[in-house]
Design a binder for this molecule. Structure first.
Ligand code: SF4
Length: 727
């Protein structure tokens, strides 16, 4: 049988590597890096290289959902049903809830793993047809603080830099990102740039000495949650030393005087104390960031900041993002090759979800729900009388509302909240209390197995068509190499079927708002919705993507290609065209450690695993790097407590407790502990503080969130670590 090659995109992280899928008949048989894709030029990491094994018949027979299934009672068996019955039931149950309790009694919780076209129809279904803004996504847990930070300072949710800037930067400031594990192909690019350019300085700020930190010329082992103080301290020094760029500040920014007043008391002594780092390292970092080796010459070397969940997953997430951007504005380190604040997205299509407004506070094409003119524009685009003005529930609030009985029907797509949401006790109570839970998924997960009343089998990587956007605003095609297995349907098809059925009940006699027969027809409506917006992609057709390959936005009608970098002209999408400094004070973490819970727990990724391991957890070879869950602590903390490597310990927060083996690691700071985020119910059992059975590391984490971005503080919880008594 001959081998076919299909050009597509890796479904894991936000680097967005291009892949060539090899297939024979209806089987995926191999995967190669796409040498022509500008995100990876043929390279793949350990996860991308093994994608085809996760799609082998032996694996999928164990993991995939292949038929619609219905449970008539919670905890009872899931019985096979047919698509027509399943979709009729879903429409009837949702309609009943809406009729009795109003549209805000339903919620849609979707995913940054969905394609842009899937996201678009979910958003239109909830906000345009049902009349609720209760549509949020697991991207809320991943990048909503980056969105809020960009909008607050630069005026739009638009990362200004691109991957090629790594090759132009003379200083890389990597903060709150273990790119070596989370974005490996980009990290490889950084290593290569460094080899070519020995003069490049790399600063890494992180509570843990990660593999990324091993590359650093200067490592700043900051205390968890102290990032804002670090950034204010760097600005304080830059001001004192005359390392800011007054001409850029005067021409292109506003609000600097207020910020100057705020950072006045962020003295090196205070910052060193709060952050737990040395004063001399602060000075070095400030000088390298400013890029002024010889301040008298005025020639400024370019500095690029790369950051991720360490900044985002925080109760100060917006402030962390915005105050880092302050540093770029104060030094004019933006809008030139090798400069800029550059947030890295965790998921493959977190950016695409932002573009279609697939979050509870956004509308299509980066419009704001709170803006009446934007609501009016979107209603006109969709052909509906209005878009509701009540803010929708964001992820944490949506599950809290379900736990409180306020949301009665939940639709969950392509994500596993029974593992990935913080404060699992509340999330599980929500899923138990909801009257009707639909889960649209490709894989069996804790959510599908324990909580779904109706299971709708969806296609996944290698089987579906659409687009994704990576961290550098680059849109790529995802393509199908093999047909859908079993009775699985494409996500957009499931949404459109449901939407057409519920339309007949909510908008009887009117023509459908969902006339789509292909993902391309959805794409064309989406790109038209961007006309005149900051992310205008009116010139980007599927045909162009097929002929010219992946493209960055904006790409307007008539443009030959997209834009590599933004703000090169120093004009920002704000009312006065100037970027805004954010004068936001440092605040401690939501749950500081204290005598009963004396350790700071941080969570993070492993090199070879992805999210809840539904895909990567099926391959033995991906357990070669780390084979089992463990909690890591500093050897001195272990010695002081009489603990040793391999001891089983209880790790306990105010919300729950789990048991796992202990490993000493000098990469962990004193009074800190680290557990990888991937380990779920299959690997870790535990109990909630009220005695219920819980599972996974999120039994411990807090749902405290940033008041602006609503992103929860998954990177910090106060815990105690005690030796487990063996029976
Ligand atoms: Fe996939 Fe990310 Fe690895 Fe690239 S770096 S192959 S996108 S997981």
């Amino acid at each position: 049988m001959s081998t076919s090659i299909t050009r597509s995109t890796c479904p894991y992280c936000g680097v967005g590597c291009g892949v060539l899928i090899e297939s024979q008949g209806d089987q995926i048989t191999g995967v190669q890096g796409d040498p022509d894709h500008p995100a990876n030029f043929g390279k793949l990491c350990s996860k991308g290289q093994t994608l085809h094994f996760t799609a082998s018949p032996a694996v999928t027979a164990q993991t995939r959902l292949l038929h619609p299934m219905l449970r008539t009672s919670r905890g009872g068996p899931a019985l096979r049903t047919d698509w027509d019955s399943a979709m009729s039931l879903a429409a009837d149950r949702f309609h009943n809830v809406i009729r009795e309790h109003g549209p805000d009694a339903v919620g849609f919780y979707i995913s940054g793993q969905l394609l842009t076209e899937d996201y678009y129809v979910f958003n239109k279904l909830a906000k345009g047809v049902i009349g609720t803004n209760n549509v949020d996504t697991n991207s809320r847990l991943c990048m909503s603080s980056a969105v809020a930070g960009y909008k607050l300072t630069l005026g739009a949710d638009a990362p200004p830099a691109c991957y090629d800037d790594v090759n132009h930067a003379q200083c890389l400031f990597i903060v709150g990102s273990n790119a070596a594990f989370a974005h490996p192909v980009l990290f490889r690019r950084i290593e290569e740039a460094r080899q070519r350019n020995p003069g490049m300085k790399v600063i890494v700020a992180d509570p843990r000495r990660t593999d990324t930190a091993e590359l650093a010329d200067l490592f700043l082992p900051i205390q968890p949650g102290s990032d804002v103080m670090l950034f204010h301290g760097l600005l304080h020094i830059m001001l004192w030393e005359g390392w800011t760029d007054p001409a850029y500040i005067a021409a292109h920014t506003s609000g600097f005087d207020e910020l100057k007043a705020l950072v006045r008391d962020c003295t090196p002594d205070r910052v060193a104390d709060v952050c737990g780092i040395r004063k001399e390292d602060l000075f070095t970092a400030a000088q390298w960031f400013a890029g002024l080796d010889d301040p008298r010459s005025g020639a400024r070397k370019p500095t690029l900041s790369l950051y991720c969940q360490g900044l985002n997953q925080s109760s100060s997430g917006t402030a962390k993002n915005a105050t880092l951007i302050n540093l770029h504005l104060a030094t004019g380190q933006i809008g030139r090759p090798g400069t800029g604040p550059f947030s890295l997205t965790g998921q493959p299509n977190a950016m695409g979800g932002r573009e279609v407004g697939g979050l509870a506070n956004l509308l299509s094409a980066h419009r704001d729900l709170a803006n009446p003119a934007h609501r009016h524009e979107v209603a006109a685009l969709w052909g509906v009388p209005s878009v509701p003005d009540q803010p929708g529930k964001t992820a944490v609030d949506m599950f809290q509302a379900a736990a409180d009985g306020e949301i009665k029907a939940l639709w969950i797509a392509c994500t596993n909240p029974a593992q990935s949401m913080p404060d699992q006790a509340t999330v599980r109570r929500a899923l138990e209390r909801a009257e009707f839970v639909v889960v649209q998924e490709a894989f069996a997960t804790a959510t599908t197995c324990d909580f779904a009343d109706l299971l709708l089998p969806a296609t996944t990587w290698g089987e579906k068509e659409g687009t994704v956007t990576n961290s550098e605003r680059r849109i790529s095609r995802a393509r199908a190499a093999v047909p859908a297995p079993g009775e699985a349907r494409h996500d957009w098809q499931i949404v459109v079927d449901f939407a057409q059925r519920i339309e007949t009940q909510l908008r009887p006699g009117q023509s459908t708002l969902f006339p789509y027969d292909t993902p391309e027809s959805i794409w064309n409506e989406h790109r038209e919705s961007t006309r005149g917006r900051d992310l205008d992609i009116t010139g980007l057709s599927y045909d162009m993507l097929d002929k010219q390959g992946p493209q960055q936005w904006p790409l307007r009608d008539g443009d030959a290609q997209g834009k590599e970098r933004l703000y090169e002209d120093g004009i920002f999408p704000t009312a006065d065209g100037k970027a805004r400094f954010a004068a936001l004070p440092w605040k401690p973490v939501a749950e500081p450690r204290e005598s009963r819970f004396p350790f700071s727990l941080t969570t993070g990724r492993l090199r070879d695993q992805w999210h809840g391991m539904t895909r990567t957890g099926t391959l033995g070879r991906l357990f070669g790097h780390v084979s089992e869950p463990m909690v890591q602590m500093h050897p001195q903390d272990m010695e002081r407590r009489g603990l040793k490597d391999g001891d089983l310990v209880h790790v306990t927060s105010k919300r729950g407790s789990i048991v796992l083996p202990l490993q000493g690691s000098a990469s962990i700071g004193l009074s800190q502990a680290f557990i990888a985020m991937h380990w779920g119910p299959e690997y870790l059992s535990g109990r909630s503080s009220s005695g219920g059975v819980l599972a996974g590391v999120n039994a411990l984490t807090t749902s405290a969130y940033c008041p602006t971005s609503k992103q929860p503080e998954l990177k910090h919880a106060a815990v105690k670590v005690l030796k487990a008594e063996l029976p």
